[in-house]
Write a protein that binds this ligand. Structure first.
Ligand code: ADP
Ligand code: MG
Length: 797
């Protein structure tokens, strides 16, 4: 068992604006414990100058200042936790801080650069690397990804649904078994056999999360996401399976409702916006206070799920993310205060070992067979289920002679065979009953006479009873033994039969079982299977396909608007950059692949040459009757060193290629994600524009659709350029509005309300359809384009 308090780290995000000096400082005390000092500016809120300089000091395990990169964070915070998970302990890393302080950046990573990948992808990479290195155990890895929004859980990895809102995702609910273990119903676990598969799952979940988000629910700032890596390990031949879980948690923004109270003083009791965080704080307060017996875990879904991570069987680490800008100081102080309480919580992590029921059954079956064999050896006979006719006949004969034997010491010996013992009792009972009936109806005198003739003395009677008791005991012991064996076997069967498709919280995830019946059930339900993994990968592409599918459904106007939206979007630079990097990496990989092939064939040649030399030497030795020299000659020496050199080169290049492959995959996923994000943002914006349009412009409805709109001559060139891509004869020219400038305003003063919005620069061509749906799209587009241009102008001003 490992006892340790929750480790707390702080990470300061680089500010958006220039560094504001004097707001905070990082020092170390004499014991080298770092502390963060936050300095509040003088308080002028009351209208008089308050000369008191308020400062707050908080201790952390380590504090990472603005310049700490993702690699440093992983190495110092996540790697040790991943290490203990590999050793079989549960681990949790959670990021806590206000919205925008860098929680998602720290846990998942930035969406732009490969080097910005966060704790999750790096941990996956590390874990799979370690698993590959360790051949002494068999490992199984499963992934689950849960989002909790408004006290409801959603499975982000559900392969069956195309999520366009959170409610499309399967709802995850909490079940508690009689032992108070928590199970998450509907949360699927997906097996990942490689880093790539695990990464795909992460991106699938992130994409689902993004698609499901609407501006209304602001899920990403108000929801909690728990990415869990479930690791099972087993030594070959052993029946013990070790389970460990690693929760990587991106919490909702910790901002509170009331920031400051009267007089500008910080309110410590300011309320969370997020109810789950409120309950999280309650749990943490309860845990950090001594002598509190009741911990209110059950108040919220998140605290129920993270129960083990908080004061339980887990090694837990918290990262307080801080955005130390002037306006965020109070939130930052709240975050640090929360961390100080968290640091008081003691956890006790134990190794989670479980006997694999499949192996237990096998072992018990073997044991039973051995016992049977032993019994057969002792009794000299093979047992079958029932006694044969001959055996029954023999038994009954024995019983008769036992009954007839007048000797009080006589015994009924049937051997250590329960079937025979049972049969004796049955037979005796039957005889007794028969005799009773007989005795009632006819003469009982004979035996009575006999009894009279030889009355059993009390003493002998007792003796007989004792013997009978002894026998009874012997029989009971044997019966118990058999019962126990049977029960063990049944229990083991029961264990194996327990429902596996629900995520078992208290214990651990299922180790894939070999029982054929079980296997079938697992495939039908949500348990991991190779086939399902493919469906997940398919899901990712289907999500992206869905995106392109949506494009196909767009009207042409909408598509064109999308093209421009995309061009003007800030992310497009990133996408283009990443495209470039990808291209570079691809060609690097290609070149590397070629060099590797070259090296491989060179290695082959060198080996061949060495072998040839050997053959020649042997042949020479035989023909000249000389012994083959034991030491390789100079030529061979040279060949060998060349071979070694080539092998080394091969290995270096191969390692590089492997790393490149991971990077390429990651970049592709990043790009896919960025594209979905863009699409999503476009849809939101498009819908907004369409609504605005309906509200604002009655002119739209009166528009004469058949009349081409005015164009100015100096725009002809630009237009023809655009038109060169599209030769639709029905195309009509839409002239979006430029940003308001004195020039255009002057022009517009003489034009109609519609022409007001018509700029002098033609930008696009949109086919004329006469169909009102498309036309309203067109108008939406005009408006949209206007607002883009306006934004651009405002930006450039
Ligand atoms: P949160 O999840 O806490 O709301 P984010 O992780 O989304 O915050 O961060 C907000 C923005 O700040 C993002 O654009 C992110 O890329 C950027 N960011 C956060 N932390 C860092 C950091 N340490 N270095 C560089 N950029 C960061
Ligand atoms: Mg976030």
């Amino acid at each position: 068992m490992v006892k340790q308090t929750i480790q707390i780290f702080a990470r300061v995000k680089p500010p958006v604006r220039k560094h504001q000096q004097g707001i905070y400082s990082i020092d170390e005390d004499e014991k080298l414990i770092p502390s963060l000092e936050i300095i509040l500016p003088r308080d002028l809120a009351d209208g008089f100058v308050n000369n008191k300089r308020e400062s707050y000091k908080f201790k952390f395990q380590r504090i990472f200042d603005q310049d700490a990169n993702q690699e440093t964070i992983f190495e110092n915070i996540a790697k040790p936790v991943a290490g203990s998970v590999l050793a079989g302990y549960n681990g949790t890393i959670f990021a806590y801080g206000q919205t925008g302080s860098g929680k998602t950046f720290t846990i998942t990573g930035g969406a732009e650069r490969y080097s910005d990948r966060g704790i999750i992808p790096r941990t996956l990479s590390y874990i799979f690397e370690q698993l590959q290195k360790d051949s002494s155990k068999m490992y199984t890895t499963h992934i689950s990804y849960l989002e909790i929004y408004n006290e409801c859980g959603y499975d982000l990895l559900d392969p069956r649904h195309e999520a366009s809102s959170l409610d499309d995702l399967p709802k995850v609910t909490i079940l508690e078994d009689p032992d108070q273990n928590i199970h998450l119903k509907n949360l699927t676990l997906h097996q990942a056999t490689t880093e790539e598969e695990a990464l795909n799952l992460l991106f699938l979940g992130d994409t689902n999360r993004m698609i499901a988000e609407t501006p209304m629910n602001q899920a990403s700032t108000r929801s909690h996401c728990i990415f869990t890596i479930h690791l099972s390990s087993k030594e070959p031949g052993s029946a013990t399976v070790r389970h460990a879980k690693l929760h990587l948690v991106d919490l909702a923004g910790s901002e509170r409702v009331a920031k400051t109270g009267v007089g500008g003083h910080l309110l410590t009791e300011a309320k969370y916006i997020n109810l789950s965080l409120h309950y999280l704080e309650q749990v943490i307060i309860a845990l950090s206070e001594k002598h509190r017996s009741h911990i209110p875990y059950r108040n919220s879904m998140m605290t129920s799920v993270l129960r083990d991570s908080l004061g339980g069987n887990c090694m837990t680490t918290m990262i307080a993310t801080l955005s130390l800008e002037k306006r965020n100081l109070d939130e930052s102080i709240s975050t640090c205060r929360f961390a100080q309480r968290v640091a008081l919580i003691k956890n006790e992590a134990v190794l989670n070992e479980e006997i694999d029921p499949r192996l237990v059954i096998k072992r018990l079956q073997k044991e039973i067979q051995e016992l049977k064999d032993e019994l057969a050896m002792v009794t000299g006979e093979q047992r079958t289920e029932a006694l044969t006719e001959a055996e029954l006949f023999q038994l009954e004969k024995l019983i008769t002679s036992f009954l007839e034997d007048q000797d009080p010491e006589s015994r009924l010996e049937v051997g250590a065979d329960m079937r025979k013992v049972q049969h004796c009792f049955h037979h005796l009972k039957k005889l007794l009953n028969d005799k009773k009936i007989l005795g009632n109806n006819t003469v009982f005198s004979e035996s009575k006479d006999q009894d009279c003739q030889e009355p059993l003395k009390e003493e002998e009677y007792r003796k007989l009873r004792d013997i009978l008791k002894q026998r009874d005991n012997e029989i009971n012991i044997l019966v118990n033994m058999l019962k126990k064996e049977k029960k063990k076997a049944q229990e083991a069967l029961h264990l194996a039969g327990m429902d596996r498709h629900e995520f078992r919280h208290s214990q651990s995830p299922p180790f894939p079982l070999g029982n054929p019946e079980e296997g079938q059930r697992m495939q039908l339900s949500s348990a991991p299977s190779q086939a399902q993994d493919f469906s997940i990968l398919g899901k990712r592409s289907s999500l992206l396909h869905k995106k392109t599918g949506m494009r196909e459904e767009m009207s042409l106007g909408c598509q064109e608007a999308f093209e421009i939206f995309k061009r003007d979007h800030a992310d497009s630079v990133t996408i283009d950059d990443n495209k470039q990097i990808l291209k570079q990496r691809f060609s690097e990989a290609k070149a590397l692949g070629e060099s590797i092939n070259e090296a491989r064939s060179k290695i082959g040649h060198l080996k061949e040459e060495i072998t040839q030399r050997h053959i020649q030497q042997v042949a020479l030795g035989i023909s000249e009757n000389m012994a083959v020299p034991l030491m390789p000659d100079q030529q061979e020496e040279k060949l060998r060193s060349q071979l070694e050199e080539e092998k080394r080169r091969y290995k270096t290049m191969f390692t590089r290629l492997k790393a490149l492959k991971v990077e390429i995959e990651h970049l592709q996923l990043l790009m896919d994600k960025a594209k979905v994000k863009l699409q999503k943002e476009f849809e939101v914006w498009w819908a907004e524009e369409a609504t605005n349009l309906q509200v604002n412009s009655p002119a739209v409805n009166s528009l004469d659709h058949t009349k081409p709109l005015l164009q100015t001559s100096d725009s002809q060139h630009e237009r023809s350029q655009l038109l060169s891509n599209k030769s639709d004869v029905n195309a009509r020219k839409i002239l979006p509005s430029p940003c308001p400038s004195p020039h255009s305003q002057k022009q517009s003063s003489t034009s109609t309300p519609l022409e007001d919005s018509i700029p002098e620069r033609p930008v696009l061509s949109i086919p004329l359809t006469g169909d009102s749906q498309t036309d309203s799209d067109i108008m939406a587009f005009i408006k949209a384009r206007q607002s883009i241009l306006q934004k651009q102008c405002l930006g450039s001003n």
